[in-house]
Design a protein around this ligand. Structure first.
Ligand code: IVH
Length: 706
């Protein structure tokens, strides 16, 4: 529709207003991103604002303006650094978001310059850092500059000189003749992800500013007034364009340029590939997208460039981007959305976990409408409030996370969230003991706890009974058909079929699943019963050693504690479990239903091995950690906390709750405690990744090299 059509002046006024609003927002966020290195919203949200403005300007020519942010690249430089003019200008890239758009770009190029069809293309990872140009005169680095607004950037020479990956002198091969008088290379300064995480941890401990992501950390570290500060920051560089060369002929292809840069000692990304046709582009991009988290630097897409520089020249550029290159942006892993509410869920032990109810948002390849907030302190620390716009992150298989509020969009007077005082399920009090992070519903009859206990019993790690997820079990508990795992096998068939929205066929499937589960081995039953501290590793030890539920139930604490992998904490918990009349009733029901609970076959431990270097289990494992103090922090796969601690103790080690100078090693699982890590760092205590825990147990030696 043309904007000069009569009769739509209201709509036109609205569109003009929206365009003005978008320009304001874009300018605000561009300054936060480019000048302050402190973006408030995710890149994907910024891109969406820019795309909306470009759409409006494309369909309403009268609303176009040369001063529109849609015409600019980046932001003008800060006064902190001297200005550097870029000639040729440092351009941006146009984006595509899927392969259809990629094919569209290729067709468009072929319409302008037909020889492009079938011509080689270079695929490069799109590094998420900041563009920096390097100028070498007679082989010596004389100037480094940020992109700034594309025409004028900031002189960051002294800071770039501190980056180890950037050569001060080109390693120009003498076989190529004299070193060129002038060589300008452009590329990306970035911070490797592990270094970023480590640096942010240190910054937080020192109460210094932390960065939202590796890209901002790279930008913030490079744009320091004092190069000595930059020198302490783990920055690196990938070269991706030979912009100028004098005194040596410009190669004819982009891949030739990259090869030349590589042979001068400049770091060129080894994943770069020369391909032909959309099919190959597609497979390279798909491979990189799937493996993006396997790299130790962040990439947010792939860049595809026409290889032949002659064709590049004929294709030319628009006002802000070359026509011969395109960026495929991967689906964003961070988006902002409205935090509708914070609610609390009750687990099988009664733990009350706050979680975010979000306006659904597509992020990291799926729609996210909920995310855990872990505990009361986490909500306070993040300062997220119902009604806030919040940044949500979902990366790969990792569970979605609420990162932070967008403070600039917080409605005035929005109250902070308060942890509820009553359980949302049973109405009983919620209790948080002093010094504890978690809050609990202490009512053992709480329906939510009942549901979760049964769901845990039927879960994969437990009895693996398909069809008994939270929703179905919730229905059964609500109907009064199930109160504990023992009831599952006693539901009359007719009653199952009567459960809402459950047809005959599903009822039969549930029956079959229940029937099949009766032959699960003893260790799975033990896990399913949810005995405190008893995880898969110790369950297996117990089952292998005592071989029947009766024998376990009849064993006293000291017998239990003598078993490999079981120490006093687990032994007391197991004893307490079997002493409870309520639990005895559950077991009686399981028994009369025909649950066999046979001992698992001996042999190599599979699911969660507890390495045993000694022969019979009564002799106990080899004392590999004799006299050593090993602290565990975070969750270790296949081990409950108590199991991990007792596995250490069984090998002669000690397992105190805090790190001191007597600590020999700290084993770090997922979600480790910051204070333990900090202490280990301060005292220089070796840190062992959770994945190497079993090596540590069996060898008693600190693993070398991560
Ligand atoms: S080529 C004229 N190649 O992405 C061509 N850029 O969104 C200029 N980037 O400003 C860019 N990896 O900061 C190119 N392999 C790569 C890149 C890359 C990251 C950045 C660069 C650029 C931005 C455009």
């Amino acid at each position: 529709m043309s904007d000069s059509e009569p009769g739509d002046s209201d709509e036109m006024a609205e569109t003009a207003e929206r365009a003005a609003e978008l320009r304001r927002l874009i300018e605000h966020h561009a300054s936060a991103y480019y000048q302050l290195d402190a973006p408030e919203i995710p890149d994907a949200d910024y891109d969406a604002l820019l795309a909306e403005l470009r759409d409006i300007e494309a369909s309403h020519p009268s609303l176009r303006s040369e001063s529109s942010p849609s015409e600019k690249v980046g932001a003008p430089p800060l006064a902190l650094f001297a200005e550097v003019r870029h000639d040729p200008p440092m351009m941006s890239l146009d984006n595509v978001f899927d392969m259809e758009e990629m094919a569209g770009w290729m067709e468009k190029m072929a319409r302008v310059v037909p020889e492009v069809s079938g011509a080689p293309l270079v695929c490069e990872p799109k590094i998420d850092g900041l563009a920096v140009s390097l100028v070498y005169r007679d082989g010596l680095l004389v100037q480094a500059a940020t992109r700034g607004n594309g025409r004028v950037g900031e002189d960051v020479t002294a800071n770039v000189m501190t980056i180890g990956a950037v050569p001060h002198r080109l390693a120009w091969p003498s076989s190529l003749g004299p070193v060129p008088a002038l060589l300008e290379v452009r590329g990306e300064v970035y911070m490797p992800v592990p270094d970023f995480e480590e640096m942010n941890r240190r910054q937080m401990e020192a109460s210094e500013r932390t960065f939202a992501n590796p890209r901002n950390a790279a930008a913030g570290s490079l744009r320091q007034k004092d190069p000595a500060v930059t020198a302490t920051r783990p920055l690196s560089y990938w070269a991706y364009q030979l912009a100028l060369i004098e005194g040596y002929p410009m190669p004819e292809t982009h891949s030739g340029c990259l090869e030349l840069l590589g042979s001068c000692g400049l770091p060129v990304n080894p994943r770069t590939r020369v391909v032909v046709g959309i099919g190959e582009v597609m497979s390279v991009c798909a491979e990189w997208q799937a493996g993006r988290h396997d790299l130790d630097y962040e990439i947010d897409g792939a860049v595809v460039k026409v290889d032949d520089l002659g064709l590049q020249e004929r294709l030319g550029a628009t006002s802000h981007a070359p026509r011969w290159a395109i960026a495929l942006k991967f689906p964003p892993e961070e988006r902002s959305t409205r935090l509708v509410d914070i609610q609390v869920s009750i687990g099988r032990t009664g733990r009350a976990t706050p979680f975010a109810v979000l306006q659904p948002v597509v992020v990291g390849g799926s729609t996210v409408s909920m995310a855990t907030l872990h505990n009361e302190d986490q909500v306070r620390l993040k300062d997220v409030r119902p009604g806030d716009m919040v940044v949500v992150r979902k990366a790969g298989d990792v569970i979605p996370e609420v990162l932070r509020p967008v403070l600039s969009e917080r409605p005035a007077g929005l109250p902070a969230w308060r942890f509820p005082r009553r359980c949302p399920s049973c109405g009983g009090p919620l209790v948080r003991l002093p010094g504890e992070a978690d809050t609990f519903c202490t009512n053992i009859d709480c329906p939510a706890q009942r549901v979760q206990r049964v769901v845990h019993f039927a879960s994969r790690a437990g009895m693996d009974i398909e069809g008994f997820g939270e929703k179905r079990v919730g229905q059964l508990v609500d109907l009064g058909l199930v109160r504990d795992p023992g009831d599952l096998y006693g539901i009359p068939t007719g009653d199952l079929a009567g459960v809402e929205r459950l047809g005959d066929l599903s009822a039969q499937n549930l029956e079959a699943a229940l029937q099949a589960s009766k032959s699960r081995p003893l260790d799975r039953l033990l896990v399913g019963l949810g005995i405190r501290h008893l995880g898969p590793a110790a369950s297996r030890s117990l089952a292998l050693s005592l071989r029947s539920l009766d024998a376990i139930a009849a064993s006293d604490e000291s017998t239990l504690a003598g078993i490999d992998g079981i120490g006093p904490v687990i032994a007391a918990s197991v004893r307490g479990f079997f002493d409870s009349e309520a639990n005895q009733a559950v077991i009686a029901k399981l028994r009369s239903a025909g649950v066999l609970a046979a001992a698992p076959p001996a042999g190599p431990l599979q699911a969660s091995p507890v390495p045993s270097t000694a022969g019979p289990s009564t002799a106990g494992p080899a004392q590999t950690l004799a006299g050593r103090s090993v602290v565990v922090t975070g969750t270790l796969e296949g081990y409950s906390r108590a199991e991990a601690e007792e596995a250490i103790i069984a090998r002669g080690g000690k397992c105190p709750g805090s790190v001191s100078k007597r600590t020999w090693a700290v084993v770090v699982g997922t979600d480790p405690g910051a204070s333990k890590l900090k202490k280990a760092d301060e005292l220089g205590i070796p840190v062992v990744p959770g994945a190497r825990f079993e090596d540590l147990l069996s060898s008693g030696e600190l693993p070398v090299g991560g």
